[in-house]
Design a protein around this ligand. Structure first.
Ligand code: F6P
Length: 371
């Protein structure tokens, strides 16, 4: 164990980075209250690490004191009271050169210096794969930190689940329930695009729970003709409507992921596959087809009790871990336990849906098509 991990802690900071997920505020509350109980001072870092990198825009490096009063009544709130950002990754920070071209530079040294300057002994960083990659570098540079995994996509390895996922699945399932009656009334095909990046967890779980007829996920390139076969099969049985759930990262056989934006210093933004699927279904089957893109609605709203509990457990476990001398680790759910895993192991690979998993087999037994 590095000797600095044994030093007493007086002051910690908490940051939230990447796309928001329901449950972030619950982590902030649990970590703050656990730290205050130990006599530690707690600060929140505004908007990811922007405060340290843009000091002219953020007084005090973007640090705000977190007190019992400040974190009171926030467990059930979506979003993050600290703000977040998935732009300007400090590992690949975009800088405009005099000739107008963009160069990416590593600014993590500045973050380490800022922590020393503000006498912060340890950091709890809450984020997805991008934030974990930043955390790993900061930890290697000597920052005492513990990461808390977060993403509605559930694509982080080494943790059974991330908070935010259950809330997203619940909302998507309710949307599918609502779409059934209108689809049935009109005898239409409804295509529902959901988030999830390169993994199909949200589409699969919501699609099965919400009785979809076809679920298209990135793990299994789809053949649109198989979706048409499903529509025809249902029509022949007298079910004139069909519900198709499409993960934003779904890919046609021999095709590629649909991307709406690629920008330096930022992860590519997926989207557009729902439109493609809708157009193809209409063109081939001639059926009236409508598209609903759930998008950021999946990231909003109040976290479910499962997500609140996971987030509260993660926040408290992060503080316990710091007290025990853990560093460079991610808190992970390994039911019924919460464990600590080295960050480098967690970011090694993305967690994809195994096509032989029980939920996929269940879907197949229910007659759901994967295209
Ligand atoms: O990773 C969470 C996520 O919501 C993805 O499902 C989605 O592709 C992406 O973030 C969208 O990010 P943005 O906030 O840039 O729109």
């Amino acid at each position: 164990m590095a000797p600095y991990l044994n030093m007493p802690i007086r002051k910690i900071a908490i940051s939230t980075g990447g796309g928001d997920a329901p449950g972030l505020n619950a982590v902030i509350r649990a970590a703050t209250l656990s730290a205050i109980q130990r006599g530690w001072e707690v600060y929140g870092v505004r908007d990811g690490f922007h405060g340290f990198l843009l000091p002219e825009q953020y007084p005090n490096g973007g640090l705000i004191p977190l007190t019992r009063e400040r974190v009171s009544g926030i467990t059930h709130l979506g979003g993050t009271i600290l703000g977040t950002s998935n732009r300007n990754n400090p590992l690949r920070y975009p800088i405009q050169l005099p000739d107008g071209t963009i160069e990416e530079v590593d600014r993590t040294d500045e973050i380490v210096r800022a922590f020393r300057l503000h006498h912060i002994d340890a950091l709890i960083t809450v984020g997805g794969d991008g934030s974990l990659a930043i955390a790993e570098v900061l930890a290697k540079k000597g920052l005492r930190l513990i990461s808390v995994p977060k993403t509605i996509d559930n694509d982080l390895d080494k943790t059974d689940v991330t908070f935010g996922f259950d809330t997203a699945v619940g909302f998507a399932t309710e949307a599918l329930d609502r779409l059934h009656s209108t689809a049935a009334s009109h005898g239409r095909v409804m295509v529902v695009e959901v988030m999830g990046r390169y993994a199909g967890w949200i589409a699969l779980h919501a699609g099965v729970a919400g009785s979809a007829d076809a679920i298209l996920i990135p793990e299994h390139p789809y053949d649109i003709h198989k979706v048409i076969d499903k529509i025809k099969e249902r029509d022949a049985r007298g079910n004139k409507f069909t519900i198709v759930v499409v993960a934003e990262g779904a890919v046609p056989v021999g095709g590629h992921t649909s991307v709406v934006e690629r920008e330096k210093g930022k992860a590519e933004r997926l989207g557009g596959v729902g439109e493609k699927v809708e157009a193809e279904i209409h063109a081939i089957s001639g059926k009236e087809t409508r598209l609903v893109v759930l998008g950021h609605l999946l990231r909003g709203g109040s976290p479910t009790s499962f997500d609140r509990l996971t987030a509260l457990r993660f926040g408290a476990a992060a503080v316990r871990g710091l007290e025990e001398g853990q560093g460079g680790v991610m808190v992970a759910l390994d039911p019924p336990h919460v464990r600590y895993v080295p960050i480098e192991e967690a970011i090694g690979k993305m967690k994809m849906v195994p096509m032989n998993s029980d939920i996929v087999l269940t879907a197949q037994d229910l007659g759901i098509s994967f295209g």
